[in-house]
Design a protein. Structure first.
Length: 485
């Protein structure tokens, strides 16, 4: 970076909202965070209070920005994807709580959709995970919403779009292409809202945001006490791909937070998956789209949380690793973490979690090992699908997210997948990617075609021989077969 300006990233995630101030070398200098309350009004339903998200976003951005000793050249926003907000154009007030990506209320509706047509246009599957079904539910279930929407009185958006609207006091109703491509309403081939899909979901065009590049002038906010430009925007997994500097086809990042999201960059043409992966945007810059194959696993770190809070067999996430390392290698215990069904490549909403292979000799250590190993096995299932879709090997995985802190788990990941696992020095890659986008737009950083300056290796995990990886993975697949609905 040639200037000395700073960059502010806002990472609005499923369980927390974080702001990170980055210095001129893209090193984090200040962090502020708030946990986000979750609402579960019915089994399988998950909601967030969008006003509370805004309040937390303002609070953490103000805290982090207070540490800035130089001018802030731009704000980058990154967010939990698919989560759906519908709000009044005149006041900015949401008409209902946000419906979160994990929410399954539209499962029956989605099961009736024409899967081939939806996948061909969006690269996605007609699953309740995505926004369009949630938006249709809001229009049909909030009194007066459909009439107000048709009269142009409502706005739809994902969290990025809602925050932008409010940060700019209603002047800008926009989103970026990576968030748009997760709605099930945006055509990944044309890069536009798709008329056929709008008809299928009965969505009035007037409520949709304008779609911009990930690095663009999104408007100015005065919410931090001085005018600041918003210059970057991307869904969190796409921002993490940029933060991991996965700029070339064949590069892959895998984020192990609550869930796990693996993106393999495939280049400037979409690779349509034949193995139930998602075809998605990696980024859109300078009007040009880059594509990726994505595998989404719904439960990764959340399984460790369940061991701690549900079963109560560990006191901290770190203890799971300590116990796993002591487990009896002769015990063949498997934990299939299908707490909310199975994501890619199975897409089985009815599957439920199970622990299999227990004997009287099995205990806490073996269950912890099974929980951590499940992450490696599930990643291998995604990699197998990616290899089959692209016809090429995957040699290296760049990892991040809370669970990537577990050295033992990362070594298992290398052993099971046969790929090198690289962990960078900055594991806040989502925020890093958003800051990078803002820096790019501000003209302070080079584009993806030039050698990245913001990625440095912290630790490399190399696959070991003699670990019976193939036999262990085969036993895992047998366990998955048993929990399928
Ligand atoms: N040392 C560790 N070993 C295993 N899991 C861990 C460890 N540290 C954190 N985690 C898991 O990582 C998750 C938090 O990661 P984070 O990236 O902050 O998630 P998110 O952004 O989805 O909220 C938690 O679910 C936690 O159980
Ligand atoms: O909030 P995270 O980090 O769990 O990410 C959520 C994903 O974007 C959902 O698709």
């Amino acid at each position: 970076m040639t200037g000395r300006n700073m960059l502010l990233a806002l990472d609005q995630g499923t369980t927390s909202t974080r702001a990170i101030l980055f210095d001129a070398g893209l090193a984090p200098v200040a962090v502020a965070q708030r946990e986000l309350p979750q609402h579960f009004p019915s089994p399988g339903w998950v909601e967030h209070d969008a006003e509370q998200i805004l309040a937390h976003a303002l609070e953490v951005m103000r805290q982090a920005a207070a540490a800035a000793q130089r001018p802030i050249a731009g704000i980058g926003i990154t967010n939990q994807r698919e989560t759906t907000v519908l709000w009044r154009r005149d006041t900015g007030q949401p008409v209902h709580r946000a419906i979160v990506w994990q929410d399954r209320r539209t499962a029956d509706f989605c099961a009736r959709l024409p899967a081939g047509m939806v996948t061909e246009r969006t690269g996605l599957l007609p699953d309740p995970y995505f926004s369009a079904g949630k938006l249709a539910w809001l229009l049909d279930n909030v009194p007066g919403a459909r009439a107000d929407a048709e009269a142009g009185r409502l706005c739809f958006g994902t969290i990025d779009s809602f925050l932008l609207f409010r940060l700019t006091e209603g002047r800008v109703h926009a989103t970026d292409a990576t968030n748009a491509c997760r709605t099930l309403l945006w055509n990944i081939h044309t890069g536009e809202w798709d008329e056929e899909l709008l008809r299928l979901f009965a969505i009035p065009r007037t409520i949709l945001p304008e779609v911009r590049d990930c690095a663009a002038e999104f408007g100015e906010t005065t919410a931090l006490g001085r005018p600041l430009p918003i210059r970057g925007m991307a869904g969190d997994q796409h921002a993490a791909t940029l933060g991991q500097a996965c700029f070339a086809p064949g590069m892959m990042k895998s984020t192990y937070g609550t869930g796990c999201f693996a993106l393999l960059v495939t280049g400037d043409q979409p690779v349509m998956s034949r193995h139930r992966l998602l075809t998605t945007l990696a980024w859109q810059l300078g009007g040009k789209r880059a594509y990726a194959l994505e595998g989404a696993i719904f439960n990764a770190g959340s399984t460790v949380q369940w061991l701690r809070d549900g079963l109560g067999i560990i006191a901290s996430a770190a203890e799971a690793t300590e116990l796993a390392a002591q487990a009896d290698p002769a015990q063949q215990v498997h934990l299939v973490p299908a707490f909310t069904g199975l994501g890619a490549p199975w897409w089985d909403a009815g599957a439920r979690a199970a622990i299999l292979g227990l004997t009287r000799g099995a205990g806490r250590a073996e269950i912890c090992r099974a929980a951590l190993e499940a992450v490696a096995f599930q990643t291998e299932d995604l990699l197998a699908a990616m290899r089959a879709d692209t016809g090429g090997p995957i040699t290296t995985i760049r990892v991040d997210g809370g669970m990537a802190n577990s050295d033992w788990t990362m070594q298992q990941l290398a052993d099971i997948t046969g790929a090198i696992v690289d962990r960078p020095t900055v594991t806040e890659t989502t925020a890093l990617g958003a800051a990078w986008l803002a820096g790019l737009q501000a003209g302070l950083l080079p584009g993806p075609e030039e050698a990245p300056t913001h990625w440095r290796l912290e630790r490399r995990f190399t696959p070991r021989s003699g670990t019976d990886a193939a036999a262990r993975h085969a036993a895992w697949l047998d366990a998955v077969r048993r929990v399928r609905s």
